[in-house]
Design a protein around this ligand. Structure first.
Ligand code: PDD
Length: 281
């Protein structure tokens, strides 16, 4: 595998990251995951704008290297992924310096690492729907920053796997915020409800695309928190994310959602999202 490391394209085995790297010591870094369909990037501008916002929030100066969308495209070509669906992972940390909590001096340059790998979602999950579980929110109140410090997400996702579920949904003060790796929405009486943009959720690119599709399809949207206690009244539920796309959730904990099958609004959004993927560039 050819990866990108601090300005160079090299075999993965040749990457040498210092044990003093602050990403390793403190989780002091940010990341993005961008999907590519047949070699074409989906909403890379939006992903890279969010990466800039995450860097700004952590006060890491944006490295002046090659444009990251070009890096992503080159990684796809160099790894023979042009005709496949793939995901590109990009990470920027504050760099390597003697361990001290406060920022190192200005001479420390960020560490930039990116790779591309083949990626395909199991289509049967879109057709049958998946199970999710609820877990208490245990993250810091800046979930809008896409930081590599993902321990609560890791623990939550592991609980989901152990429960035979696809995703863990965080519950903050009685309301579902989002999943460990995706945003969440529920449909009540034909209206899509989802947690509003705030510090408590990641502003998902898939979420933005789907809310835009709702507007285009005349599906009403209410950006308002869904109470865990109201889930049993939901007609449909979905998780949204680059690695899930529009995935129906048909069971949450022991509760069957709707009639236990992907609902009509979910199916309309899945279809529209599939078309939207054709706009990748
Ligand atoms: N995760 N919320 C969280 C906590 C996420 O980690 C993600 C994505 C999303 C969806 O965002 P988007 O639609 O922009 O992919 C929401 C990525 C895929 C990951 O961590 O691998």
């Amino acid at each position: 595998m050819i990866v990108y490391f601090n300005g160079n394209y090299i075999p993965k085995e040749e990457v040498a990251i210092s044990p003093d790297d602050r990403g390793f010591l403190f989780g002091d870094g940010v990341y993005e995951v961008i999907c590519a369909y047949s070699g074409r990037l989906f909403r890379s501008d939006a992903h890279l704008e969010r990466l800039s916002r995450s860097l700004k929030a952590l006060r890491i100066e944006e490295p002046r290297l090659e444009k990251l969308s070009d890096v992503a495209r080159k990684l796809i070509v160099k790894n023979g992924l042009k005709d496949l669906d793939a995901k590109v992972y990009m990470q920027i940390t504050r760099g390597a310096a003697v361990r001290d909590h406060a920022f190192p001096n200005d001479k420390t340059s960020p560490t930039v690492y990116a790779f591309a790998s083949a990626f395909a979602i199991k289509e049967s999950k879109w057709e049958s729907g998946v199970k999710a579980i609820c877990v208490p929110e245990m993250r810091w109140p800046r979930c809008d920053i896409k930081t590599v410090a993902l321990l609560p997400n890791v623990l939550a996702n592991q609980l989901a796997v152990e429960a035979g579920a696809e995703e863990a949904l965080f519950v903050r003060d009685g309301f579902i915020t989002e999943g460990a790796v995706s945003n969440f929405c529920a449909v009540f009486d034909g209206r899509v409800h989802t947690y509003p943009e705030s510090h408590y959720i990641l502003s998902g690119i898939t979420r933005t695309v789907v809310l835009d599709l709702c507007r285009r399809l005349d599906i009403p949207v209410k950006e308002f928190p869904v109470a865990e206690s109201r889930l049993k009244q939901a007609d449909e539920c979905m998780i949204l994310g680059s690695t899930k796309e529009v995935m129906p959730v048909v069971q949450i904990d022991d509760m069957v959602i709707g009639d236990g099958k992907p609902g009509s609004i979910t199916q309309r959004l899945q279809k529209a999202f599939k078309n939207e993927k054709l706009t990748a560039e």
